[in-house]
Each structure stands twice: as structure tokens, then as C-alpha cells.
Design a binder for this molecule. Structure first.
Ligand code: FES
Length: 99
């Protein structure tokens, strides 16, 4: 559980949150919110500091791109998908499910 407000999220401006010890990159695109593991699967960089284009986020360190919807690693040097998390929006609160 976290207190992230949907209305406080800016479009395509990812933020890092921590839920039960897991760093998670949360990105609003239009009326949807996507959550993937914040640590790039290539090395130790924070994906929430990257740029978002369409449904892709680009790691700022070496440029790997990930699909925010599926976590798929779209370009090298990353070849391991990012973990994805289910997101629910309830009364303006963004709930990221961590199992
Ligand atoms: S750390 Fe993300 S592409 Fe290298």
C-alpha cells in the first residue's frame, strides 16, 4: 500500500516508489498507470530517471528501452525483461500490487 495520488502524477513523468522494500517505477500515460521494477535489468540504474516515449521508457545510463506495459526489454544492452506490477486506481489512490 502507498499513498501515491493519480491526480498528482504527470503524464509520462515516471516516479520511483518503494513498496515493501521493492523500488518500483510508476508511470502515468493518459488515464492508465504502469508499474515496472525501477532497477534496470542491465545494470544498476534507476529507470524512473529515464525518458518515456509512447509506451517505452529508456534507461538513462546505456539507452536500453523497456515496454512499460509488459516489461519487455526492447533494445540492447538489456535483454532481461523488467518485472511488472498490477496497478489499480481506487478513488484517486494508485495501488501497486506487490506479491
Ligand atoms: S543500466 Fe540500463 S541500459 Fe545499462
Amino acid at each position: 500500500m502507498n499513498s501515491l495520488k493519480f491526480s498528482a502524477l504527470q503524464d509520462r513523468k515516471p516516479v520511483k516508489i518503494n513498496v515493501r522494500g521493492e523500488d518500483i517505477c510508476v508511470t502515468r500515460i493518459g488515464d492508465e498507470v504502469f508499474a515496472i521494477g525501477d532497477v534496470c535489468t542491465h545494470s544498476d540504474a534507476s529507470l524512473s530517471e529515464g525518458d518515456v516515449t509512447d509506451f517505452k521508457i529508456e534507461c538513462w545510463l546505456h539507452g536500453a528501452e523497456f515496454d512499460l506495459r509488459t516489461g519487455e526489454a526492447l533494445t540492447l544492452p538489456a535483454n532481461i525483461p523488467a518485472k511488472t506490477y498490477q496497478v489499480n486506481i481506487v478513488d484517486d489512490v494508485v495501488e501497486v500490487q506487490v506479491n
